[in-house]
Design a protein around this ligand. Sequence first.
Ligand code: RAT
Ligand code: ZN
Length: 426
Amino acid sequence: MHTTPAGYRALVRRLVSRTPVTDVHTHLFDPALGPLLLWGIDELLTYHYLAAELFRARPDLGYADVRAMPKTALADLVWKELFRLRSPVSEACRGVTTVLSALGLDPDEKDLSRYRAFFSRLNARDYVDRVFDLAGVRRAYMTNDPLDPQEAPAWERGFRRDPRFPGVLRLDSAIMNWPAGVRALRGKGYRVERALSRGTLSEIRRYFNEWCDRLDARYMAVSLPPDFRYPDPDSSLTRLIQGAALPVALERGIPAAMMIGVRKLANPEMGLAGDSVGRAPIETVEALARDFGGIKFLVTMLSRENAHELCVAARKFKNIVVFGCWWFLNNPSLIREITAMRLELLGLTFVPQHSDARVLDQLIYKWAHSRAILADVLASKYGDLAAAGRRVTGPEIKRDLEILLGGGLIEGWRNSPGGPVHSGTE
Ligand code: RAT
Ligand code: ZN
């Protein structure tokens, strides 16, 4: 009889481990896009989360010197510093360890030669099957940037899609730091000016629409700084979101994802690893949800304080779907806290996690680690519920997990046209 958290734990763990996951935000690519899909030991070890940790262990190293290192030399150095000279206890290091073990490798090799030999025998397409299988992932949404010179040509030529990799139009390169995107947009044939005239906004909408078509984009996404405000007539970014991105989301009936709270290049020397965190005003999210009631907003926020405020906002606006424990929140202690809080405030109406994987193999550890926590937190909730008199059965747990992990919360939405939607008071 499963009536206590401990009693539920084994059952829920088993069911969670068997539920296929739809990963709603990754930086992985359809294998048809060739070298854009990263995988293997050298990519795992040079992941920007680990690059940041290398400088913690070796503050004597120069940023530029590390940047100039060949990838294999950098991977060797990371292995030595973070895995050999110290125990790899950080989450990003533990992740590599989990991956190696899951692949049947000894995670305690002195150097990388055996790992490299192992990966050299694999090919990307077969390896995608193997990793999806090991990670229990059914689909991994991509992050697609049409202004990326590495990525765009393949889309322009066209290729046979792997349906496990749905497309997502990422807006940052076009609209961040406007007029930074003018040149690239003009290069693609869009008649945009630096001034955000009606004509320019209409051309940007044309860019979004045409690329949503080409990617078959399931949603549009942007990452936003903590000082992003709405309304704000003086901000180009706000005007571009309000006058170009959101009208396209509304017209197409696709969600708009906002990832809020990143302070880009707080340390420019570190590149991707140099971004930091800041708390954002939740009022902005609420005002957007109120004024664009016909749009489903997928929202994740980077600061821990915002994680709580976002739950409250989602209780007020039915068109906010909270997703994932993003980046610096994607650590076991915080995932545990945030997941419990979300279950308490939102029931089953949120997407507990996304992987943010940049390297295919990371799906294995990101999902193994998150699944274990989700299972424990859920088991404790079912135990509490049993104590209150309601016993949840195995089939009911399976149903709940499909709701949480199956991707239905972000898919299948049809925006209703019309004015603002208010959820009213509770
Ligand atoms: O988590 C990360 O890898 C970050 O660098 C970002 O990719 C972030 O998730 C983003 O999508 O902007
Ligand atoms: Zn990301």
